[in-house]
Design a protein around this ligand. Sequence first.
Ligand code: PMV
Length: 347
Amino acid sequence: MKPGVVCWQSPSNIALIKYWGKYGNQLPQNPSLSLTLKNALTKMKVSYSFSGSGKLQTELLFEGKESPLFHKKVNSFLTSIFTYFPFLNQLKIRIETENTFPHSAGIASSASSMSALALCLCSIENDLFESLKIKEDFYKKASFIARLGSGSASRSVYGGMVLWGRHEGFSASSNEFAIPFREKIHPNFEFLNDAILIVNESVKKVSSSQGHALMQDHPYAKSRFKQAKASLTRILGAIRSGNTMDFMEIVENEALSLHAMMMTSKMSFILMDPDTIHIIDKIRFFRKENKVDICFTLDAGPNVHLIYPKKDRHQVKEFIENDLIASHQIKKWIDDCSGNGPIKLMV
Ligand code: PMV
């Protein structure tokens, strides 16, 4: 067997309709919808050669350095997916990975890194066996595998808006993998920007795995899953018709519902900082005063994502710099926008 190298860059994504709560092997309790980003990326290179040892042999460098914690996570993930890549334990694998966004920015890197890894593994399979020559099959498997690493990563293998989870309106939708949402998208939502406002750079107090687990006996779980499904149906209607008011209301409601679940779970936790709330107030005031279609969303953390049309970039940039940065509510921000999805890089 000839040794080989594969290389992918894969983006992070921001959920508009949130996935929070799972069952079985990383299956979502409700469907979610996300926007794939352009600049917050993981670049991953995987070199492989035949070992014939019958056991997993890996090396991992994160940003040029060994990272024992991440290496352990990757190894246990690779071991858990032997069924789907039975050849893995016959290979010697070297993974070199880096992110374009700062390590300490408080941005979850699991979506971009797990999708990059899944894409690399599918490319290795295809190089060795030519079994994923059909583009649709390739991405479907990549999304399926990425999901097993981190649920939200399943959505990062496609560009634009992406749907993960079974939804009646889409016969191709599935809990097992994501699908691109390439239906009619109103021009109002064709070019969306995402300004990621870094409120706090520290590592999250509670991991998303713990958060998902707390949904299992959450008193509001049933209503939350129902609400997310209804929000998805409504937002898809808004995206098709161009109803920005509805779009913004749903996006903000989803973010706050996610955090409401955290606050009201058996083990209550709050991931927002006081400045997160101040910023939300300021965004709502700015929207009212300036008539700009700007809304916020939150991940499982204190940082705020500002979603707005590309055409308003100048005005929003002024707001961020002259108000939020000047008042020290944020230290820095990442200027991102919707992107076209992962790219296979030449090696
Ligand atoms: O992919 P996970 O297990 O890290 O969960 C992600 C959960 C949220 O980011 C809060 C919501 C989402 O849909 O991305």
